[in-house]
Design a protein around this ligand. Structure first.
Ligand code: HEC
Ligand code: HEC
Ligand code: HEC
Ligand code: HEC
Length: 337
């Protein structure tokens, strides 16, 4: 069975976005959480991935579960938004918590917030095709991962899906939440520095012996794909702007910075023509109020080209971007060992 990249990603995204739209009741939001119907919960992962769970418990993604409800800023935002209880309001739940169906809030941002709701893939990804570890044929291994991804699993090898997932929370495409609620319009996110600090949990395939950072080639891919996805997310962000206020200004600035960054990367990586095409789409996008149709179309084009780029390269020929990649001193938070 061959699964095309577009098949792999699109239905899952669409299904999730649709779910979140229903949950949120706020129309065209792109913010999404793991589908509550598919969530098995971090304890289920920890049965096998103990070390990953321990590392996760030291991150802000974990501690926000306890901290956010006691946060004065959260009360202020909630009050301005007319939200009574943080942990029962889907608007906040989508980005700050993990919900399990029907409506149990079980954790902060957890395994499945990043690897996707696992009910349909948890067995297959770990089942070694019904054999003992090491006994599968190459074809069986490939099929096992194809099935896992078709069931929604976000694997570390899918740079685009991985990055997009971070940015559906770390860019906040909700004008009212920013302008009225006073919420940040997003984080000053960059994928290498934000994934290689406290988030880093590269402990499975080396049996927990250490927690090494991503290889140089992988960091290059994370860095470039991260910028492209930033552009996509910011274009969506600008597309929701209707008023000349903080939200519109922040999103337009974000999109402009991102498109310039992609253009600079396209210049140093002429061997990857998708980047030039993405930069051109960015450059042509009208960063103005009430321009939703055009900007959503541009974001879609960036996404399509970005996924092609993500699948088409492994970073080995991209030494020219090393000069831009943040060093270890910029990694966000404390690395766990
Ligand atoms: C029954 C044990 C078990 C459970 C439960 C389990 N995993 Fe795994 N997981 C594995 C095994 C085994 C592998 C490695 C498979 C291999 O070597 O091909 C793996 C690999 C992975 C990988 C790496 C995939 C890749 O692309 O290489 C991720 C990510 C992952 N698991 C996430 C999760 C999450 C999230 C959960 C909970 C929803 C979970 N796992 C639950 C056993 C398990
Ligand atoms: C689209 C995703 C998204 C939504 C929706 C969202 N948040 Fe956030 N929120 C974030 C992100 C990402 C951060 C971290 C921002 C940063 O990097 O500074 C954050 C930060 C915060 C902070 C600062 C927290 C801290 O620990 O520093 C508060 C308070 C907060 N959010 C409250 C809320 C409330 C209340 C709601 C619901 C009314 C809400 N958020 C909805 C994504 C979201
Ligand atoms: C903030 C998002 C996020 C959360 C939360 C998260 N992961 Fe991951 N996971 C990632 C990313 C990103 C990578 C690839 C890291 C890299 O390239 O350095 C990864 C990689 C992995 C791998 C492969 C590790 C290896 O040795 O190569 C496994 C297994 C895994 N995650 C399991 C889990 C489990 C289990 C949990 C919950 C306890 C979890 N993840 C929580 C984002 C996340
Ligand atoms: C479901 C929404 C969601 C997803 C997905 C998500 N994050 Fe977060 N992240 C948040 C929120 C909300 C916070 C703020 C938590 C708090 O209150 O401290 C945060 C905080 C962080 C922090 C700590 C920031 C600080 O100020 O110290 C890092 C680092 C981070 N995220 C990285 C990532 C990376 C890398 C990914 C993707 C691999 C990712 N996040 C995916 C919602 C998310």
């Amino acid at each position: 069975m061959t699964i095309k990249p577009t098949n792999l990603v699109a239905p899952v995204w669409l299904a999730r976005i649709a779910t979140v739209m229903l949950l949120a009741g706020i129309g065209v939001s792109v913010a999404r959480a793991a589908d509550p119907e598919l969530v098995v919960g971090p304890n289920a992962c920890a049965e096998c991935h103990k070390k990953e769970a321990t590392i996760w418990q030291r991150t802000h993604h974990f501690t926000t579960f306890r901290d956010l409800p006691n946060n004065k800023d959260a009360d202020a935002i909630a009050e301005k938004m007319g939200v009574k209880r943080l942990k029962s309001e889907s608007l906040c739940l989508n980005c700050h918590f993990t919900t399990q169906a029907p409506d149990k809030v079980i954790a902060g941002i957890s395994c499945e917030s990043c690897h996707s709701g696992a009910k349909d893939w948890v067995k297959v990804h770990s089942g070694f095709s019904g054999k003992k570890e090491g006994q599968e044929t190459k074809a069986e291994i490939a099929e096992r991962w194809e099935k896992s991804e078709a069931a929604g699993m976000i694997r570390p090898t899918n740079y685009y899906a991985l990055a997009k997932n971070c940015l559906t929370c770390h860019v906040v495409p909700n004008e009212k939440l920013v302008n009225v609620g006073g919420h940040a319009a997003g984080s000053s996110f960059e994928l290498v520095s934000w994934s290689q600090g406290e988030i880093r949990h590269n402990v499975w395939f080396n049996k927990g012996a250490s927690n090494p950072e991503a290889s140089q080639a992988r960091k290059r891919m994370l860095f470039v794909v991260g910028r492209v996805v930033e552009l996509e997310a910011a274009l969506i962000g600008v597309s929701k702007a209707t008023a000349k206020d903080t939200y519109a200004l922040k999103m337009a600035t974000r999109a402009d910075v991102a498109r310039k960054a992609v253009a600079a990367l396209a210049n140093v990586l002429p061997n990857a023509p998708e980047l030039k095409a993405i930069a051109d789409v960015g450059q042509g996008a009208g960063l103005k109020l009430n321009n939703e149709a055009e900007l959503v179309a541009a974001a879609g084009k960036v996404s399509e080209l970005g996924q092609k780029f993500s699948k088409g390269y492994d970073g080995s020929g991209f030494a020219a971007v090393d000069q831009y990649i943040p060093g270890a001193d910029k990694y966000k938070g404390q690395v766990s060992n």
